[in-house]
Design a binder for this molecule. Sequence first.
Ligand code: F0G
Length: 459
Amino acid sequence: MGSRSIIEPFRIKSVEPIRMTTHDERKRFLEQAGYNPFLLRAEHVLIDLLTDSGTGAMSAEQWASIMRGDESYAGARSYYRLLDVVADIFGFRYVLPTHQGRAAERILFSSTCKPGDVVPNNTHFDTTRAHIEHVGARAVDLPIPEGRRPADIHPFKGNMDLDALDALIGEVGADRIPLVMLTVTNNSGGGQPVSMANVRGVRAICDRYRIALYIDACRFAENCWFIREREEGYAQTSPREIARELFSYADGCTMSAKKDGLVNIGGFLACNDEALAKQESRLLILTEGFPTYGGLAGRDLEAMATGLEEVLHEDYLHYRIASTAYLGRHLTEIGVPIVQPPGGHAIYIDAAAMLPHIPARMFPGQALVAELYLEGGIRAVEVGTVMFGSTDPQTGEETTAAMELVRLAIPRRVYTQSHIDYVHEVMGDVFARRERIAGLRMTWQSPPLRHFTARFEPL
Ligand code: F0G
């Protein structure tokens, strides 16, 4: 059994055609999009690895849930089902449905943070950082040093640096840190997992200073699988039990169900603090909706509840993590430098190492993204200076990111092994001519979150 192929643990009941374009067409589309993959039309993309967020395929059971959704304005059955599922897996009593993760973030940070506050995280995702900064607080990334070195192998590269957390609290004072966050898996840090020991360590520090701990839970199930595979003592524990333990150390979580909720839209904010939940509900009503539906339809709540159950199935998680590792292994074999070891939802190519002749201020990641599209109609995303850097409006100097990565995010249950084989073949062709790839110049930008709309020109 061990040496056989890991097959997709599903068969396909409904298909959606994808179409190849010519090289000339892609060149024109890319120019029209200002070399920014976010500005391409999806129908001009063959294999879409832009994001694993909201791009997954729902199961037959989830489509059945859609029909079962209760569309009552208040007190819908679907809400109570979601409440039960969240209480069972995450252990939180108060659940505020939101249309996606960032809506939960906005409500959490505007309820808990004030100007001058500081929020540490292993690594903030761009929307969490933006929401913290929006309320005048400071977002601080504290990954372990290995987490910033792409080639280093470490089983839990998503861990938070506990000494750095302790030092930060000592420096700014616990009263200015309303909460500590842990992102599982650490998306901006390469989709790397956080160990249970690290969660416990963060909890112990939070206890010492009486600070709340929140989990950014987008990819919690994938993180739990890594704990099972890599952390001593968990090999026989079910992903569900691992999840229960992990969340038992937290005071609450934000969730984008577009990832490990296996739905195309949805999220929630959860906690055990009644007073805080009441305060947050007032904001929820203002912008998302009545507390028993948030920004969602009853059917969305129902599909999300089913997705949260399904994502913890062992067959699914085994296939999911193995298929990401498969792409990572093949890229490594042809010499492509990637963040090692492969993460849960994506492979991150180290564009700085692959294109050392392109300096960070000429956006090597964005240049590689453009080449992948031109070569084979593959859409990826830069996670480097375009996403995390900034341009000084006075001097025009570019503040560059810690790493220049390109993310190949794998939508859940969407592509088969032959699609993935095609991806590493195209990457092989791009890699073979890497020395002739030129950098880019940014011609237009609009911060914050400039990567969504920035435009570029080849140099
Ligand atoms: N936290 C993390 C770790 C994320 O990866 C994302 C979204 C969010 C929060 C926000 O959730 O999109 O539902 O509002 N990440 C997507 C991505 C967009 O492509 O990685 P959202």
